[in-house]
Design a protein around this ligand. Structure first.
Ligand code: PHE
Length: 461
């Protein structure tokens, strides 16, 4: 693959479909797969939740992702200007312009807490190497985690380092920064994950984990679990935020959108399942560890397991490096839509655009840092600052943008435009895709959104 910059309408494009696949996979695969998927699966009882999640990826995630890539490649600009241009070209109402905005704002909000949690993973790398968890029990591991969360200075230091890593790559540009980074990071991530999986197979309780993840027990499934699976399928595929739209703008013209999206969704799902199969065997092999531990599963339970294993020091380090890499390539995609927009419209250069947005997300992130210590008791409608931003983005903003995208591409945008972008695709699937996008997606996503709003008001009241 060459690094040559292909110009389309003076907009940079990646030299091949593979760079797009790796970039989009880099965006999709992140804390959502390695941290969130295992713990929400644990909380929701395992197999039945996994099944619902898979159905959501297939029925909602993939069709909306096709729509998002299509919009991005059609517009070939930042999400904000893409939406502006497309609505103008088709003579549509200016209301649709706001879609791009919502995404850019959601991206900065997500990045603000994402960088704090990625900072935890960074903090664990040297601790693992130093042997902090060698022979530690659950109580000691919990005490370590609690001490980390209570220490604002350390949290801010790690959060800042992670943010610098992110703006560093984005500052280098679409081709040399993003393009090169994902081509190195993604294969590395896969190899590390495979090593973890082999380790779990040899030293963990693999069959208990497989039964937990793949044998559906529908009695464990509640209405809330279904909602959570639905919301997570959007978060994990980076949908409803403009990341995928922004990357779609860098996609080479002739490439098939359908095939590419299937590949990205497949890889994202594969990594989530691999992460599950790397983590749960270790949890099940250690009596006293609870699969339903929640967000702490990765940071409290796993280190205990690493501390008790032969070679656990090294494996533990490798594992947290892996989490950091996955979070890094996602964070890049959270900031890129806003950066692309500032460059185009406000005449910023890439460096200042990136530093400015990075700074805003970093400053907002301080609220998340404080949610775990000084502001822990300061809640609004039952949410801490971090809880509120997490809820606002994954339960309201992402579904809202996803819903608008489904309606825009399914109902509003002239079908000629849609068809011409999909001309490289197998036309047999077009009617099916359009039908799902028009009917199933708005209904299902609309339901998630309404329940999210309902939850907000009942929590506030
Ligand atoms: N998909 C990423 C993850 O699973 C998170 C993300 C959401 C990234 C939205 C970009 C946009 O961790």
């Amino acid at each position: 693959m060459s690094l040559a910059l292909t110009q389309t309408k003076s907009y940079p494009a990646w030299s091949s479909r593979w760079v797009f696949i790796m970039a989009a996979t880099g965006s999709a695969v992140g804390l959502g797969n390695i941290w969130k998927f295992p713990y929400i699966t644990g909380e929701n009882g395992g197999g039945a939740f996994v099944l619902v999640y898979l159905v959501c990826i297939l029925l909602l995630g993939i069709p909306v992702m096709v729509a998002e890539v299509l919009l991005g490649r059609r517009g070939r600009q930042s999400p904000i200007n893409t939406m502006r241009e497309l609505t103008r070209a088709a003579g549509l109402h200016g209301f649709w312009n706001h879609l791009g905005w919502l995404g850019v704002v959601a991206g900065l909000l997500i990045l603000s807490f994402y960088s704090v949690i990625a900072g935890w993973a960074l903090a664990y790398i040297p601790e693992m190497g130093r042997g902090t968890f060698q022979g530690a029990g659950v109580a000691e591991s919990q005490a370590f985690f609690d001490a980390l969360l209570a220490d604002k200075t350390r949290l801010v230091a790690w959060q800042s380092l992670f943010m610098l890593m992110t703006v560093g790559v984005v500052a280098c540009g679409v081709v040399k920064g993003l393009g090169v980074a994902v081509r190195i990071l993604m294969p590395l991530l896969f190899v590390l994950l495979l090593a973890m999986l082999i380790f779990a197979y040899r030293h963990g309780d693999f069959s208990a984990a497989a039964a937990f993840l793949f044998r559906p027990d529908f009695t464990a499934l509640t209405g809330r679990s279904v909602l959570e699976a639905l919301g997570h399928s959007f978060f994990t595929l980076s949908l409803g935020m403009g990341s995928i739209m922004a990357y779609g703008a860098y996609m080479p013209a002739g490439a098939s959108i359908g095939k590419t999206v299937l590949m990205v969704a497949f890889l994202d799902t594969l990594v989530a399942l691999m992460a599950g199969m790397a983590i749960f065997p270790i949890v099940f092999a250690n009596p006293g560890l609870n699969p339903g531990a929640g967000p702490e599963l990765l940071f409290v339970s796993l280190p205990v397991a690493f501390g008790a294993m032969p070679g656990g020091l090294l494996v533990g380090m490798v594992f947290f490096i892996l989490v950091t890499i996955a979070a890094w390539s996602s964070a890049i995609s959270l900031i890129e839509p806003g950066v692309a927009w500032l460059i185009e419209k406000r005449g910023f250069n890439r460096f200042t655009a990136n530093i400015s947005l990075g700074f805003i997300a970093w400053a907002l992130g301080l609220g998340t840092v404080l949610s775990f210590n000084d502001w822990a008791d300061f809640t609004l409608g039952g949410f801490t600052f971090f809880g509120a931003i997490d809820f606002l983005t994954s339960r309201i903003m992402l579904p809202l943008t996803g819903l608008l995208i489904a309606i825009f591409v399914g109902w509003v945008m002239p079908k000629m435009m849609v068809k011409s972008e999909l001309s490289g695709d197998n036309s047999r699937f077009y009617p099916l895709w359009l039908w799902v996008l028009r009917y199933i997606c708005p209904l299902a996503i609309g339901a998630v959104l309404l329940l999210g709003l309902y939850d907000t008001f009942t929590a506030a009241g």
